[in-house]
Design a protein around this ligand. Structure first.
Ligand code: VAH
Length: 332
């Protein structure tokens, strides 16, 4: 079956390139021969071939698409769940106006688009275990509402406007290149930083809080496989369910302690507990496996092993992600 080769997307624009996914996706795509223009709202001296772009500014986005003859947009810019609850107007504006601008340009210039949705589309009325691909979507966060709205905009773009936009309902993501910012699943990354710097960690959800999670290499492969899939094979035009692993905060802390025996994790739930409680624990991703061959590689033990190895190397290289200084957990 003919695959849309990633190299056919020779000129890629990544929005939100400095975020948790973007920090990995830009080098991942460049290593595969694509020309990638990284963009973000703020200057990013660490990245070559970079432009400052606010996705809510249509004219700016259009100028860059034309100037660089872009053929594909990976639209990652957005405000996550926890920050979105504290800044709901910004969350709606960035997440919805940004996506609408991208989809309009995609229609106008025949661009291909990837856009990340999230398990945040599900709410307390959704089955928490083996959450189906098609089910009740009543999210309790504004972030989740923007993701449900975004999925319907994507489906409309495919079915009514002929746009090739593809999407994944991403779980919590664990990565080491850039700290996540403003998410409810950030605890799963912060634990590693605390453990490697011999700091006790105060987790902002209960120990028994179980959520779907994925290691960043699997996220990269899932995005690549979806974008390479033959369009005729795709039966979902809102966003695909995706599952790799599911673990509780306590299970993650215990697995880290197998390598860092002195790691101490305490639990002090805050407002993010309510958000986490509204999300599923285990996702049914059968459709993604059937349509385009999705298959995760990492489980909890292999992820923890690799994450500790890579992150400790970065910390030894005095790698300091911009937001590291602002991470209270490290003031131990
Ligand atoms: C968040 N990391 O916590 C994001 C993600 C499923 C979680 O959408 O908001």
């Amino acid at each position: 079956m003919f695959k849309t080769n990633i190299l056919n997307s020779k000129r890629i624009l990544v929005t939100g390139a400095g975020g948790q996914i973007g920090s990995d996706l830009v080098p991942f795509l460049r290593q595969r021969g694509a020309q990638v223009l990284a963009t973000g709202r703020h200057p990013n001296p660490d990245t070559t071939n970079y432009e400052i772009v606010d996705v809510t500014n249509y004219q700016r986005l259009q100028t860059v698409v034309e100037q660089y003859a872009i053929d594909t947009i990976y639209h990652l810019a957005g405000i996550l769940s926890a920050r979105g609850e504290n800044h709901p107007e910004d969350c709606w504006r960035v997440n919805i106006d940004g996506l609408r601008n991208v989809l309009d340009l995609a229609k106008r210039y025949r661009l291909r688009v990837f856009w990340p949705s999230s398990i945040a589309v599900f709410g307390s009325q959704t089955p928490r275990f083996n959450t189906p691909q098609t089910t009740i979507l009543t999210p309790s966060t504004l972030y989740g509402i923007t993701k449900v709205t975004g999925e319907l905009l994507c489906q409309y773009a495919v079915q009514k406007l002929g746009v090739d936009v593809r999407s994944l309902r991403l779980p919590g993501i664990i990565s080491h290149r850039a700290l996540p910012g403003g998410g409810t699943t950030d605890f799963a990354v912060e634990m590693f930083y605390a453990a490697l710097q011999n700091c006790p960690y105060t987790c902002f959800v209960k120990s028994e809080t179980r959520l779907p999670m994925m290691y960043i290499p699997d996220v990269m492969e899932a995005i690549l496989q979806l974008m390479q899939a033959d369009a005729k094979a795709l039966t979902v035009h809102t966003s695909y369910n995706l599952m790799a692993m599911s673990f509780s905060a306590a299970e993650l802390a215990a697995e880290i302690r197998r390598h860092q025996p002195n790691f101490i994790c305490r639990y002090q739930p805050d407002f993010r507990q309510t958000i986490a409680d509204s999300w599923p624990a285990v996702i049914d991703d059968t459709q993604a496996r059937q349509d385009w061959g999705w298959q995760p590689t990492y489980d909890l033990p292999t992820m923890v092993q690799d994450m500790l190895t890579r992150l400790s190397a970065r910390l030894e290289d005095s790698y300091q992600p911009n937001s590291l200084e602002t991470l209270e957990v490290l003031s131990c």
